[in-house]
Write a protein that binds this ligand. Structure first.
Ligand code: SF4
Length: 394
């Protein structure tokens, strides 16, 4: 196999949940950009990195090391340290709007989440007849980078071609996602490099940073502010729960009192629930691993699926168990990481994506409203049927 094509099972292809796929190492390229005086190097970090990074420095599993991580990234030399969670809030805002439009029109139902490139790749190869079911909203990483090279660049009077965007991800499939031709404009990619959690550990150790004794610091703003809903993106069920918080309030016009929706929490392979929103029943499902996703997709193909909305994450437990995380990841470790993400959510001032004050400002100044023309140009994408490497259905 080459750097981005795993042939070990063919069901997931680009998502190797056990990290058996040797990853393409982009740390040298990132360091080259940092040392280039003509580049402004901006880093973003995914929600599940901050609850796994401490493993490599002997901290208890599930330690929340967000603020030490930010300090370490500044010491490595990044010019701005931002949070992918800001992008996750944007993903939810756009995706909830899209879901409401589809519910009202009855078109392309059920809608599926699309922030996991391993899952998207699987649908493109194995269910090309069902591509319409995928939400067109881009992943938090790609939304974040698109805003960085447009609105942020304009605000700071920076030529976007001088910006080098780096994403620290728990994921190997993200390395492939950034190369998709539709993920950029005017001759440049939105995200220039992805390094995994393991790649960041390597950089911290290479530079000789004493991680455990680092002082704590905060993300830069405006793209460092995020809600608790964004934090739980890192676990299976998190995207669904975050989307429901916004969808409920937008459909009913009422405040959601208890934002914690437990039927979608935990590590069951497929979780199903039915929620009643102002008399309308919304049927939802959450699956992790592509084996479970296949069950849902086969039902849709057979015309036997009754869901309105479902979430799929390719890795066991979701991104917290991603192929780019420290290699000693087990489901017991994943449970600690999941608990840590719910703790972050509980302790965050705003817990619904649409309440993020920086997002409200972004829509007021630039994006107009969810689903606007410019939001579609920058924050949405499309999918293609792709050739299967192996046909395991034969
Ligand atoms: Fe990547 Fe997360 Fe999907 Fe795994 S679940 S392939 S880590 S996006």
């Amino acid at each position: 196999f080459n750097n981005t094509q795993c042939v070990l099972c063919g069901q997931c292809s680009l998502a190797c949940p056990v990290g058996a796929l040797v990853e393409k190492d982009d740390t040298e390229r990132v360091l080259d950009a940092i040392f280039d005086p003509d580049k402004i190097v901006i880093v973003q970090t995914a929600p599940s990195v901050r609850v796994a990074l401490g493993d490599a420095f002997g901290l208890p599993k599930g330690s929340i090391v967000t603020k030490k991580m930010v300090t370490a990234l500044r010491m490595i030399g990044f010019d701005k340290v931002f949070d992918t969670n800001y992008g996750a809030d944007l993903t939810i805002t756009e995706e909830a709007n899209e879901l409401i439009e589809r519910i009202k029109s009855g078109q392309k139902m059920p809608m599926a989440t699309s922030c996991c490139p391993g899952w998207v790749n699987y649908v493109e190869k194995h269910y090309p007849d069902l591509l319409d079911h995928l939400s067109t909203t881009k992943s938090p990483m790609q939304i974040f980078s698109a805003i960085t090279k447009t609105h942020y660049a304009q605000q700071k009077h920076i030529d976007p071609k001088k910006i080098f965007t780096v994403a620290v991800m728990p994921c190997i499939a993200k390395k492939y996602e950034i190369t998709r031709p539709e993920m950029g404009r005017d001759g440049y990619q939105d995200t220039d490099a992805v390094i995994t959690t393991r790649g960041l550990i390597k950089l911290i150790k290479y530079i000789g940073i004493d991680f455990n004794n680092l002082p704590e610091s905060e993300f830069d703003n405006p793209m460092g502010e995020a809600t608790g809903a964004a934090a739980i993106f890192g676990t299976t069920g998190g995207v669904m729960e975050a989307a429901l918080r916004t969808t409920y309030e937008w459909l009913t016009g009422k405040e959601m009192q208890n934002v914690e929706y437990t039927p979608v929490r935990g590590f069951d392979g497929i979780k199903e629930a039915e929620i009643n929103i102002d008399g309308k029943k919304i049927r939802i499902a959450v699956a992790h691993t592509l084996k479970n996703a296949k069950v849902i997709m086969d039902k849709i193909r057979a015309g036997e699926c009754e869901y309105d909305f479902f979430e799929v994450m390719a890795c066991p437990g979701g991104c917290l168990g991603g192929g780019g995380q420290p290699v000693d990841t087990t489901m017991a470790v994943n449970k600690k990481r999941m608990e840590a993400l719910y703790t972050i959510d509980k302790n965050t001032k705003y817990r619904k994506s649409h309440e993020n004050p920086y997002l409200k400002k972004l829509y007021a100044e630039f994006l107009e409203k969810p689903g606007s023309k410019i939001a579609h140009e920058l924050l949405h994408t499309h999918y293609h049927a792709r050739k299967k490497m192996y046909d395991f259905d034969k």
